[in-house]
Design a binder for this molecule. Structure first.
Ligand code: DAK
Length: 261
């Protein structure tokens, strides 16, 4: 598969996707989002891949959807296409990705860029990262999760402020607010992200996938339904050879060898 607007690579069991449209600050044009979807398709289908890192450049993760591409579009165009779902299935692909995804964010993550990072399971930020939903400044509003995921991540007051003013928050504020798991020096960002991804990928794939689905349930259901989902998923891990192997290895004081079954 060849790509023009993203760079795709692997490091052992980790798939790496780098948004690579630097002249336009990685603006998320349809073609780029479509390539993202294709790369995710490949990694999801590849049994050797256990986690995915999505990153951008040092100065910009992504400055949002491509404003030039949206400029002359009208409501009917967007509604009929269900913009941008029909033409480029990358957004859906990311939202529905079953393997764990880590956004490694350096520089600007604005609008759709911030939303793309939030669609990942974990955001790891460099100390230069800046997050925001500035759509209000160009006469529109967040459309890919900004009004929903941001509220869940940082609470109503701060999300409302960011969405209504368009203000950016820096990495330190984002960490304090709970949007990012950790802030690391910019030079260490990829190394830290890859180490985290490799750790996740070293665990049993079906167990990791059940954990992330259970955590996602916390956003979808009430507490009792979520606890029930978690309990059933926990019980189901006892069907796995990896569960037996993990516990046996602990008892025998050795490293487990997971077969992802
Ligand atoms: N689109 C297109 N080009 C962009 C861009 C964008 N979002 N952001 C930056 N660029 C381009 C600039 O036009 C400029 O190109 P040249 O003029 O050099 O050709 C180049 O990148 C550098 O930008 P600046 O000259 O502005 O650089 P500065 O360092 O001065 O400022 C900035 C950096 C990031 C603060 C600034 O560029 C900026 O404010 N950019 C726009 C940020 C923004 O408003 N983002 C929100 C866009 S709306 C949806 C999915 C997604 C979305 C909606 C729905 N569905 C799934 C339904 C998302 C919507 C949005 O993101």
């Amino acid at each position: 598969m060849s790509y023009e607007l993203i760079e795709v690579s692997t490091q052992e069991a980790v798939g790496i996707i780098r948004l690579d449209r630097p002249k336009a600050y990685n603006a998320l044009c349809n073609a780029l989002v479509a390539e993202l979807g294709q790369a995710l398709d490949v990694f999801e289908a590849d049994e050797a891949i256990g986690a995915i890192v999505l990153t951008g450049g040092e100065k910009v993760f992504a400055a949002g959807a491509d404003i030039g591409e949206m400029l002359d579009r009208e409501h009917a165009d967007l509604f009929l296409d269900d913009f941008p779902y029909v033409k480029s299935h990358g957004w859906e692909r990311l939202n529905n990705c079953r393997k764990p995804t880590i956004a490694a964010v350096s520089g600007f993550a604005l609008g759709g860029g911030c939303e793309m990072a939030m669609a990942c399971d974990i955001i790891l930020a460099s100390d230069t990262a800046k997050f925001g939903q500035p759509e209000v400044k160009i006469g529109t509003m967040p459309g890919a999760g900004g009004t929903q995921r941001l509220v869940r991540a940082i609470g109503k007051a701060k999300a409302m402020e960011l969405c209504l003013t368009g203000r950016m928050m820096d990495a330190e504020e984002a960490e304090q607010a709970g949007l990012v798991c950790r802030v690391v020096p910019v030079d260490a960002l990829m190394e830290e992200a890859l180490t985290m991804a490799a750790t996740i990928a070293s665990h049993s794939r079906p167990v990791v996938m059940q954990i992330r689905e259970a955590v996602e349930q916390a956003f979808e259901t009430g507490l009792q339904a979520g606890l029930l989902f978690e309990r059933r998923a926990f019980q189901a891990t006892f069907n796995l050879a990896d569960r037996k192997e993990g516990m046996s290895a602990f008892a025998e004081k050795r490293k487990p060898v997971f077969r992802h079954r």
